[in-house]
Design a protein around this ligand. Sequence first.
Ligand code: SF4
Ligand code: SF4
Length: 61
Amino acid sequence: MDEQDGFIVAMGCRKCGRCENICPNGALYRINGFVNVDHEKCDLCMKCVKVCPNKALLYME
Ligand code: SF4
Ligand code: SF4
């Protein structure tokens, strides 16, 4: 990840699966079905943030 202000946090994932395969960098992974973000791989493209219907993926500064 480049030096940038923020990062994506995953909180309150409902396991709906909508973000499956959305990440171009393979930064999303699951633990017991709950989505987590690998900050080393994430480049803050925001695709996952836009696709999540539950606002479980959020950009934090
Ligand atoms: S912001 Fe983009 S790169 Fe980062 S986890 Fe979401 S989809 Fe992947
Ligand atoms: S779209 Fe949101 S609620 Fe659905 S699996 Fe992904 S992070 Fe979880």
